[in-house]
Design a protein around this ligand. Structure first.
Ligand code: IPE
Ligand code: IPE
Ligand code: MG
Length: 250
């Protein structure tokens, strides 16, 4: 991979970008179809998808996006054939290991989000170790949603709140949005400003259900392994033209 710092920051005004979202979340979909269209096994699509992750991370970094959250594996994806799940886990472990040096050099903080305890112990250990080592990096935060489900996240939050009420530490009337948010997996993560979904499906597939309440959506037919710098920049360009009203008048 070429050095990011040599490439330097991008010239936003020359690119027609008027506003950079603070947090971009991506549903990286279409790996399987990308492979099938080429007569390849699905895992080859996941491998090609990993290259797209690198391109998007680099572009987000150069544009000055401070939080990038990638949906890599959902709670529901555990239900896929064992062979595919195993290959996905192998790929994940490989990339968490191989990207660490580069991410540390760039000052990128890494964190996992989801029911991570369901991950194979070797992956969980690697992930926790990298989270700890990168925790003081402040240039950008990369969050991988792994074994993640938005409904599962909210049920977990509701259960924790119920336990506090049952223990007499919390009154039901004191439950508000802010307190609920404190029980999500990563309370400090700002809500996404822009949500990108590739492969043309018009759904959110259980991703960040609480956090995307006011995210701007960018949905493209492009399959994830074909998604790159230019289209990421296009999504950000379109984001800059949106009129975010948050339910208010203007
Ligand atoms: C996204 O690609 C990656 C994961 C969900 C792990 P898919 O594997 O869902 O690819 P399609 O949607 O079947 O093409
Ligand atoms: C969403 O894609 C999950 C990830 C990208 C990790 P899916 O392929 O699992 O979602 P559906 O089945 O199209 O809703
Ligand atoms: Mg899919």
């Amino acid at each position: 991979m070429s050095s990011w710092s040599e490439e330097g920051p991008l010239d936003l005004s020359a690119m027609g970008i008027t506003q950079v979202p603070r947090h971009v979340a991506v549903i990286m979909d279409g790996n399987g179809r990308w492979a099938t269209h080429r007569g390849l096994p699905r895992v080859m699509g996941h491998k090609a998808g990993a290259d797209a992750v690198r391109r998007v991370l680099r572009t987000a970094y150069r544009l000055g996006v401070s939080h990038l959250t990638l949906y890599a594996f959902s709670e529901q994806n555990w239900g896929r054939p064992q062979e595919e799940v195993t290959r996905l886990m192998e790929l994940l472990l490989h990339h968490i290991r191989s990207e660490q040096v580069e991410l540390m050099e760039r000052g990128i903080r890494f964190q996992g989000m989801g029911s991570l305890e369901r991950l194979p112990p070797e992956i969980l250990a690697e992930l926790r170790d990298f989270e700890a080592r990168s925790s003081s990096n402040a240039d950008m935060t990369l969050t991988l949603a792994l074994s993640y489900g938005g409904r599962e996240e909210m049920v977990r939050a509701a259960r924790q709140l119920a336990e506090e009420v049952a223990a007499g530490r919390l009154r039901p009337e004191d439950i508000n949005e802010e307190r609920f948010k404190q029980h999500l997996y990563l309370p400090a993560l700002p809500d996404p400003d822009l949500l990108i979904r590739t492969s043309g499906e018009l759904r959110v597939s259980n991703f960040l259900l609480w956090q995307i309440a006011y995210a701007e959506l960018y949905i493209t037919e492009t399959l994830w392994p074909d998604f790159g710098e230019e289209e990421f920049a296009e999504a950000v360009r379109q984001y800059g033209r949106r009129d975010r009203r948050f339910g208010l008048t203007r």
